[in-house]
Design a protein around this ligand. Sequence first.
Ligand code: NAD
Length: 247
Amino acid sequence: MVVTGAASGMGRATATLLARHGARVSCWDLNGEAIEETARLATDAAGDAGEALAVVADVSDSDSVADAHLRTVADLGRVDGLVNNAGISLPAALDSPEWTAAWDRTMAVNLTGPANVLRTCIEDLCRNGDGRVVNIASTEGLGATRYLSAYTTAKHGVIGFTRSAAMELAGRGVTVNCICPGPIHTGMTAIIPDDDKERFARRRVPMRRYGDPAEVAQMTMSLLLPANTYTTGAVLAVDGGLTVQNT
Ligand code: NAD
């Protein structure tokens, strides 16, 4: 099982949850120190199920992804499940000088990244006709926020990519689904002051709070279960009701 962006936030929560339930997890991230820590946590959580693997990888770089895949197969065997979770958020106004760099990097990591990793693992996923893929998009894939044009466009793209891949792989027994988290307490949202988070949650989230990474990890794990054989191309919001509330 591969989890990208596993050094922090939802990726770390997912890797440890999967390990706790007996999966052999290959934890991929750019951040070498933090990914070692995730692998330690996942190994502790796994008990007798075996060690988790830490792999330094940049999902935007196809050579790096190919190396990470080779290491994973050598240590853990074929990849039967994939969580495309790695992502960045680089706000930039459309008319700001930073926009082009923010757009290029965001597309490379958030949209090309999941495609790179899926394409690299595709033979493994298809081999036994039971592969599972979960792409982490965002409620920004369903709506939009000012100054996040690159992020919002990439996340809309992740939903489109999920649906296309689901169609292409359904005949080979592989399911491809997508989760759209709402506001979650992670590294990505750590810079937002607590007061602002609270005000936003009270105004916009029916459950009146930010979510925890473990709450998203639970949904991700359920989509990865071998028994989850007939759900594919689905887009599931894990957002405390944010995208349902009208007023
Ligand atoms: P996070 O910043 O805590 O974790 C993201 C991880 O991705 C980090 O460990 C980072 O090093 C890694 N990463 C970044 N670029 C990478 C690359 N090129 N290759 C490999 N790893 C890379 O953030 P998070 O909130 O846990 O984000 C996880 C996913 O959830 C992202 O795709 C994000 O867009 C999405 N998301 C987050 C929220 C939220 O409120 N936090 C909401 C909706 C969607």
